[in-house]
Design a protein around this ligand. Structure first.
Ligand SMILES: *Cc1c(COP(=O)(O)O)cnc(C)c1O
Length: 343
């Protein structure tokens, strides 16, 4: 068991001992000058793993998504995405600031958008309308509960994009979790998309970094945008070295996080007055609520903290996320703490 059982997010994962060793021995250069051997290696390995021509190492998932959206949508154009998508809600308004595109959101089912409904939102060519440029998908879908977007849905949306000449981007911050849970290959999951963004700094434990993959031409334009956004980094091989450990060693173990999330959810589900839908628990994010008890949430948070358990509540929902730095004993501790608090 850890000193603190921190279930706030999988971003709290610390770099593994192997990552610290990889940092110490990484071969370094200057990535802005184009000669960073370890960054080049991570980019080549990630492009290969995801089945795309080229890759770009960036400081964050936000930058990766924002570069992709700026590549595909011009100022005044429109992007279709799910209502609670991270790209739209949780990137500090960057979409308006950087791409300058507007959003046409629609409510999905467990994060998945209905292809027919999406097709209805594609704007007909008319001088009064914005031009629809891009569809984005989030897999796994964070706000919907770390849910997996069914591959048939991904393919059906790809058909809509193709019929209307739209670009298609995947926010795959936690695509790794969907891959491990479904057994679908990463290449197959990425094939329908023009660009895919993946995070190394969540469940895969790197301290910093995301990767954007796509065609060589898109990634070259993306490299320019990254520099404009202040994302040009120098001896970033120190970080890329961790990223290489992430993609070669840390993917398979995500199944342990899913098992721990199920154990946690099964325990929480038994506690009154918590309400938890186990049907939306596909991967490592556990959401639950306690209708009518919201005024007590701050107190519960404090009492959890006294018991060395950290969790988050966002509005009316609690969130607990499993990851490499919480194990089965941390889950037991969290369940015991909740049981005591709820009496
Ligand atoms: C975390 C996350 C991102 C990127 O976030 P950063 O904090 O900028 O790395 C993008 N999309 C989703 C779904 C995420 O959960």
């Amino acid at each position: 068991m850890h000193e603190i059982s921190d279930f706030r997010s999988d971003t709290v994962t610390l770099p593994t001992p192997e990552m610290r060793e990889a940092m110490a021995s990484a071969e370094l250069g200057d990535d802005v000058l184009g000669t960073e051997p370890t960054v080049n290696k991570l980019e080549a390995m990630t492009a290969d793993l995801l089945g795309k021509e080229a890759a770009l190492f960036v400081p964050s998932g936000t930058m990766s998504n924002q570069i992709a959206m700026a590549l595909h949508a011009q100022r005044g154009q429109e992007i279709i995405c799910e209502y609670s998508a991270h790209t739209y809600n949780n990137e500090s308004g960057a979409l308006a600031l950087i791409a300058g595109a507007q959003v046409r959101p629609l409510h999905g089912e467990f994060g998945a958008m209905d292809p027919e409904a999406v097709e209805h939102l594609v704007r007909p060519a008319n001088i009064h309308n914005p031009r629809t440029a891009l569809i984005t998908v989030e897999n796994t879908h964070n706000a919907a509960g770390g849910t997996i977007i069914p591959h048939e849905n991904v393919l059906a949306l790809a058909e809509v994009a193709k019929r209307h000449g739209l670009k298609y981007h995947l926010d795959g911050a936690r695509l790794w979790n969907a891959h491990v849970a479904t057994g679908l290959s990463l290449k197959e999951m990425c094939a329908p998309f023009d660009t895919v963004s993946v995070c190394l700094s969540k469940g895969l434990c790197s301290p910093v970094g995301s990767v954007l993959v796509g065609t060589r031409a898109d990634i070259e334009r993306g490299r320019y945008l990254r520099k404009q956004l202040g994302g040009g980094m120098r001896q970033s091989g120190l970080l890329a070295a961790c990223g290489i450990v992430s993609i070669t060693k840390m993917i398979g173990r995500l199944k342990d996080d899913h098992a721990n999330a199920h154990k946690l959810a099964a325990g929480l589900k038994k506690l009154k007055p918590l309400k938890l839908d186990i049907g939306t628990l596909h991967t490592n994010i556990v959401y639950f609520s306690a209708p009518g008890r919201e005024a007590e949430f701050d107190g519960w948070l404090d009492r959890l903290r006294e018991k060395q358990v950290l969790a988050l509540y966002l509005g009316t929902r609690w969130r607990m996320v499993t990851h490499n730095d919480v194990d089965g004993e941390d889950v037991d501790r969290a369940l015991a703490a909740w049981k005591e608090i709820l009496g």
